[in-house]
Design a protein around this ligand. Structure first.
Ligand code: SF4
Length: 241
């Protein structure tokens, strides 16, 4: 499935077998490479040029050697922000943008992770909640955290979230932290007048103060924050008025 274009392609059984086989191999096999070439041919894997393709292959080799299984759960494309540069809003049809991942799908991913980790002798896992705005699916997140606590050794499990920060509350932060969430990726695009113009709520209201308050609350709870600023031609030279 291409999450960018929301297209689904049914692969021939031989390709499915190759993909299954791919998960169990300690080193990348020729057939796996062929699958990647095929996905590229189908337009499901995009590379700007041969150089980028070669780099991607090299990275896959490195991931295979790395004994950590990292999974990103894209829970929904829906979002309560309307950032001016959001690449998801232009590529996602409105019906799809209301969809959310079901708890069954999210939990079955954990089961798959458990299986792959046992099959390949992988001890460490990383789960990242992503969107859209993942906290729209707060109940799914809670269920995933509960199940992952019973499936994985907490000392070998890292849980992160990439969020716009607006739907965090002190109560939610306490709950998420107590269930293993330790690292958030938040975005502030500059001082309030710049941030609010670039990252407003769907209603048009500014978001700077709410995000900042929640960011401080997270730090007080002991969470690590990766703070991002999106820079482009429009704001790179802006000065505070
Ligand atoms: S917070 Fe992220 S998903 Fe939401 S509108 Fe902004 S860039 Fe898009």
């Amino acid at each position: 499935m291409s999450t960018l274009f929301l297209s689904v392609v049914e692969l021939e059984p031989r390709y499915v077998r190759l993909l299954d086989h791919c998960h169990e191999q300690p080193v990348i096999a020729k057939e796996d490479l062929a699958v990647l070439h095929q996905l590229r041919h189908l337009g499901l894997a995009h590379f700007q040029d041969e150089n980028e393709f070669a780099i991607a292959l090299q990275q896959i080799e490195e991931w295979r050697r790395h004994k950590c299984l990292s999974v990103i759960l894209c829970l929904t494309f829906a979002c309560n922000f309307r950032c001016v540069y959001c690449y998801e809003k232009s590529s996602v049809v409105s019906a799809a943008s209301k969809q959310v991942m079901s708890p069954e799908t999210a939990l079955s991913t954990l089961g798959w992770m458990n299986k792959v980790m046992h099959a390949r002798g992988i001890e460490s896992a990383r789960i990242t909640f992503f969107g859209g705005e993942p906290l729209i699916c707060y109940d799914v997140i809670r269920k995933v955290l509960e199940r992952s606590a019973s499936l994985f050794d907490s000392t070998h499990l890292e849980i992160n979230m990439s969020t716009n920060g607006s739907l965090l509350t002190p109560e939610r932060i306490t709950t998420l932290y107590s269930r293993g969430l330790r690292r958030l990726q938040l975005t502030l695009d500059g001082p309030p007048e710049i941030h609010d113009r670039r990252r407003p709520m769907a209603s048009g209201r500014g978001t700077f103060q709410r995000v900042l308050d929640n960011l401080i609350e997270c730090l007080d709870h002991g969470m690590d924050i990766d703070l991002l600023t999106v820079c482009d031609d429009e704001n790179i030279g802006m000065k505070r008025s």
